[in-house]
Each structure stands twice: as structure tokens, then as C-alpha cells.
Write a protein that binds this ligand. Structure first.
Ligand SMILES: Cc1cc2nc3c(=O)[nH]c(=O)nc-3n(C[C@H](O)[C@H](O)[C@H](O)COP(=O)(O)OP(=O)(O)OC[C@H]3O[C@@H](n4cnc5c(N)ncnc54)[C@H](O)[C@@H]3O)c2cc1C
Length: 334
């Protein structure tokens, strides 16, 4: 690992200033450091300064997770440096946005969740094994090809049509997209952006995955509650593993019948992947009519173009969606 200077700013403003300080060639923010230090150890990144924001809060009067005051929608604010473990166990999140608490609880291991932060999770880099190996000069590293197209592509995208076939690595981004989340930043001419505008597809720029500008620092995220919401991930093993596919669902129900649904899939595309076909098909379905529910979720993978080794995701996705719908409605997954 390369030598670097460790900078400990007292505020997010100071952190942003440190990022644009010309003393350093490549200053980078460090939150929990899980993904950043992996990159340094793997020889993929060599920052000469780490700006440690791990202990910073946006609101020193009420650090962590809080209901927004003077907000008609009852929105909730979450500090960027809240850990996944805190998100998973927080009573307000569990009650008002259960799919988010479940998504955080399902990520990684207890050790990782105790260190990994909300902002770091959203801005972590993809897990593609070709990207993660220094030896493969793939599109993300300025090379001329995506090795997954003809290589080992079991864990890659079935939606999005390349040119790079990563799947978005975050468990947290898809539920936040259904919670109408806004990302609050400092260090530029804007102070907020929609979570869906935080990410871009490989076609819009293959070298990175997000739209943050140089010097921008995420301070907190705000979100709208969705009490009737659910998350379901299918993994090779149900703990200590990345999801093969997952789904998040937010419902409006009257007497068991679905009035409206919002559905987003994860681990299937380079960005959180909304499923408008399923949202339409779910309208009018009674939650306890399993045949209707099955049929409504069958279109989840419509439009997918699997690679040689990931056709299984086409079959798993409708199952994950159906189980997330049932969980959102307070039913057991099966
Ligand atoms: C064994 C294992 C299993 C895992 N399984 C899962 C899983 O199932 N699901 C899942 O979602 N994740 C999983 N992860 C990934 C893990 O959740 C992420 O590595 C972690 O969330 C990154 O958060 P961090 O705080 O450590 O970020 P860091 O590594 O500190 O930062 C990551 C990136 O975010 C940037 N950044 C950090 N904070 C800010 C900020 N405030 N403003 C702007 N930029 C910022 C950094 O500069 C860096 O580029 C797994 C990791 C491991 C090791």
C-alpha cells in the first residue's frame, strides 16, 4: 500500500476543502474505509491523502437518524456516516421504512455492518472480479473491453446492455430509490440531488458509477417513509454473502388489494433497476391470491438479456419480487 497523509477535518466543509487542496495529487474521502482500503491494498487506487469523515455529523444537536422538523411529509434524515448496523436496528427506520432496515440487515456480515457507512455503501465501487483485479485492463480502467462478456459472468448484469456488465453493489440504493431519497451534499453549487440522479449507467460514463462532482461531500440523506414496504434477497448462502438478486417493494393496500406498487430490483443491472411492468401488473391483485400474485410478478425479468452464465437470474427475479411483495403486506415470504 502507498504512503498517504491522514487528514481529520472537524466539519464536512473542511473535508470538502481538503479534497480540493492542491497540496495533494489524489486526496480521497474515507468513511468506514472498507471499500477504499480494499482498493488501496489491491493496487487499484493510490491516494496521497485520506480525508477521514467517519466521525462527522451533519447535525450535532441530533446526530444519527432523526425525524425532520418543519416538514409536512414526515421525512426522515439519516447522517451520511450512520453505519449499516445502526440503520438495521434503528426503531424509526424499522417502523417507517422496513425495507431499508431489512436491506441493511441483509448486507455483508456483522463485522462489516458495524463499520460500513450509508454514504460509503452508496459510493462503493462494483464487485466485478475483472475490475477488482489489477491485471485486467477492463473498460473501467481505461481498457478496450469488458472481460465479463466472454468470461466468467455468473454475477453480472442481465439488464442495461453494457458496454460494461457490472451490477450495482449497494443493498441500500434500491430501497432508497423507492423512498424518494434525496442526497444532501456540500462543496459545489448544489445542495441536494435525487438518489436516482446519483448514479449513471455505463453508457453515460464507464470509468465511474456516480455523478458527484470534484469536492462534493455527502452530508446526509433524507427519505419519505413507506411503512408498507418489504425487501427480499436471494443468495447462495443466506449469511456472509452478496445477493444474487434482490427486490424492494412499497405498496398501497386497501383491504388486502393492491392499489399501487413501486418495485425496484438489485444485483441485476449497473444501477438500481425499477420494474414498471410489475408495478402495473400488481394493481388490483389481492395479496392472498397467490396465483394472481405469481402471474403479476412473472414479468419481472421482461427485457432481460442474460449472459452465458447468468440466465438463472431471469428465473430468480420474479421469485424475489413476489416474496418482497408478500413481506411488504405483512405476510410470510413464501
Ligand atoms: C465480505 C463483504 C461482504 C459485503 N457484502 C455486501 C452486501 O451484501 N451488500 C452491500 O451493499 N455491500 C456489501 N459489502 C460492501 C460494504 O457494504 C461496503 O464496502 C461499505 O458499505 C463501504 O462503506 P465505507 O463506509 O467503508 O466506505 P469507504 O470505503 O470509506 O468509502 C467508499 C467510497 O465512498 C466515498 N465516500 C465515503 N463517504 C463519502 C461521503 N460522505 N461523501 C462522498 N463520498 C464518500 C469514498 O471516497 C470511497 O470512494 C460487503 C463488503 C465485504 C467486505
Amino acid at each position: 500500500m502507498n504512503p498517504f497523509t491522514l487528514i481529520r477535518p472537524k466539519t464536512f466543509e473542511q473535508a470538502s476543502q481538503a479534497l480540493t487542496d492542491r497540496t495533494y495529487a489524489l486526496p480521497m474521502l474515507k468513511a468506514g474505509g472498507m471499500d477504499l482500503l480494499d482498493h488501496m491494498k489491491e493496487g487499484l487506487l493510490a491516494p496521497d491523502a485520506l480525508v477521514d469523515v467517519r466521525r462527522l455529523t451533519h447535525n450535532s444537536d441530533a446526530p444519527g437518524i432523526r425525524r425532520m422538523v418543519s416538514d409536512g411529509e414526515g421525512r426522515i434524515e439519516v447522517d451520511a456516516m450512520v453505519t449499516l448496523a445502526e440503520l438495521a436496528s434503528n426503531d424509526l427506520i424499522k417502523r417507517e421504512a422496513p425495507m431499508l432496515a431489512a436491506a441493511a440487515a441483509s448486507a455483508a456480515t456483522p463485522q462489516v455492518r458495524n463499520v460500513a457507512t450509508l454514504a460509503g455503501n452508496l459510493l462503493q465501487r462494483p464487485r466485478c472480479w475483472y475490475y477488482r483485479k489489477e491485471q485486467f485492463d477492463c473498460l473501467k480502467k481505461g481498457g478496450d473491453r469488458c472481460y465479463a462478456v466472454e468470461g466468467e459472468n455468473k454475477h453480472h448484469a442481465i439488464f442495461g446492455r453494457g458496454p460494461c456488465y457490472i451490477v450495482h453493489p449497494s443493498n441500500i440504493a434500491p430501497p432508497l430509490s423507492l423512498l424518494d431519497a434525496r442526497v444532501h451534499v456540500i462543496g459545489s453549487d448544489r445542495d441536494t440531488l435525487k438518489i436516482t440522479d446519483l448514479f449513471h449507467s455505463p453508457g453515460e460514463g464507464v470509468r465511474d458509477e456516480h455523478t458527484l462532482k470534484q469536492g462534493e461531500v455527502v452530508t446526509h440523506i433524507s427519505l419519505r417513509p413507506e411503512q408498507t414496504s418489504g425487501f427480499y434477497a436471494i443468495k447462495e448462502k443466506q449469511s456472509f454473502d452478496w445477493p444474487l438478486v434482490f427486490a424492494c417493494v412499497a405498496l398501497r393496500l386497501s383491504q388486502g388489494r393492491i392499489d399501487s406498487a413501486r418495485v425496484c430490483a438489485g444485483a441485476v443491472a449497473p444501477v438500481p433497476w425499477p420494474l414498471p411492468n410489475v408495478e402495473q401488473s400488481l394493481i388490483g391483485v389481492h395479496i392472498d391470491d397467490d396465483d394472481d400474485l405469481h402471474n403479476a410478478c412473472a414479468s419481472a425479468a421482461d427485457g432481460a438479456i442474460p449472459l452465458a452464465q447468468n440466465e438463472y437470474k431471469v428465473r430468480l427475479l420474479p421469485i424475489a419480487v413476489r416474496r418482497a411483495v408478500r413481506i411488504a403486506a405483512g405476510r410470510p415470504a413464501l
